[in-house]
Design a protein around this ligand. Structure first.
Ligand code: S3P
Length: 174
């Protein structure tokens, strides 16, 4: 193995963190959650970053982490759902990474995050409608920025990881 990272992209609540953690354990890779990296650096939670400094500042922090992670090796990286909005982020992450799109229906996402309060972009009365709207807007980006797509709708994390592992091992993509 040449140390390529596995970079998980996909909408909020599609399961990138849970899947990524399990995948890293199976591959004996380090697991990195970009949101946690941002929170650790900033010394505050994502919600606080958004409310104090706004989304543009959060995006700058996100891009700085992408730069750092472009030099990482043997990591499974769970990105934040909006990382694909900046093309430079994706170029950096692809420098040493294979990009897997964790695809899920709005209903699957909604089931996972209906009671979540940590995602500032989804704090509204009609969460399902907001998920549908944002997902539609971002779909072309998720679809064009990945190397391999995994539709995990209706699968639990264990099943999703098994599916990913069979491709990762079978196609020797790392
Ligand atoms: C965001 C997704 C979140 C987090 C932030 C913004 C987005 O990460 O980075 O709330 O724009 O989609 P998750 O995808 O891990 O929820």
């Amino acid at each position: 193995m040449d140390g390529r990272n596995i970079v998980l992209i996909g909408f909020m609540g599609s399961g990138k963190t849970t899947i990524g953690r399990k995948l890293a354990a199976k591959l004996d890779y380090r697991f990195v959650d970009m949101d946690i990296e941002i929170e650790n650096k900033a010394g505050m939670k994502i919600t606080e970053i958004f409310s104090k400094y706004g989304e543009p500042e959060f995006r700058k922090m996100e891009s700085r982490i992408c730069e750092e992670l472009s030099k990482a090796k043997n990591c499974v990286i769970a990105t934040g759902g909006g990382v694909i909005k900046n093309d430079k982020n994706m170029k950096l992450l692809k420098e040493n990474g294979v990009v897997l799109y964790i695809k899920a229906t709005p209903e699957h996402v909604y089931r996972n995050i209906k009671n979540d309060t940590t995602r500032p972009l989804l704090q509204c009365d009609d969460k399902l409608a907001k998920i549908k709207e944002l997902m539609e807007e971002r779909k072309p980006l998720y679809e064009s920025k990945n190397d391999i797509t995994f539709d995990v709708s209706g699968l639990n994390a264990k099943e999703a990881v098994e599916r990913i592992m069979s491709v990762v091992e079978g196609d020797s993509i790392l």
